[in-house]
Design a protein. Structure first.
Length: 120
C-alpha cells in the first residue's frame, strides 16, 4: 500500500462531527446568529449540556454562584469557547492517538497545534 493510499484510508476513518457540533457551526456561521439557537442545540444533547455546564462552573471561571442553565452558560462563555467545547467533545481522543513517524510523546502534537493557533 502506498503512502497516498494509507493517508486516504486514515482520513476516511476519521469520525464525522456530531450533529450538535455541525448545528453549532451552522448557526455561528450566520452573521447575526441568536445565542438562544446555540443553547437549544446544546440542550438537545445531554452529554454536551453536561460538559458545557461543567466547564462554565469550573474553578477556572471562579463564579460566585453556579450557572445552571445552558443559555446563561453560552452567554457567559461566548461563541469561541462554546464551539471549542463542542468540537473537543466530539473529537475526544482523536488527537491523543500515537502517530507513526512522530517522535514526541502522546498528546504533544495537539499541544503544539494549540500553541500555534494561540500565537497566530
Amino acid at each position: 500500500m502506498s503512502v497516498h493510499d494509507d493517508i486516504i484510508k486514515k482520513i476516511k476513518g476519521v469520525p464525522p462531527l456530531s450533529q450538535s457540533a455541525q448545528g453549532i457551526i451552522s448557526v455561528m456561521g450566520e452573521a447575526d446568529h441568536d445565542v438562544g439557537k446555540v443553547a437549544r442545540i446544546i440542550e438537545c444533547d445531554s452529554a454536551l449540556t453536561a460538559r458545557v455546564l461543567t466547564v462554565v462552573n469550573s474553578a477556572a471561571f471562579a463564579l460566585a454562584e453556579p450557572i445552571t442553565t445552558v443559555a446563561r452558560a453560552v452567554m457567559y462563555l461566548g461563541d469561541k469557547i462554546v464551539l471549542g467545547i463542542a468540537l473537543d467533545f466530539c473529537t475526544q481522543g482523536l488527537l491523543q492517538k500515537p502517530l507513526d513517524g512522530y517522535c514526541s510523546e502522546r498528546g504533544m502534537l495537539w499541544e503544539h497545534n494549540l500553541r500555534t493557533a494561540i500565537a497566530a
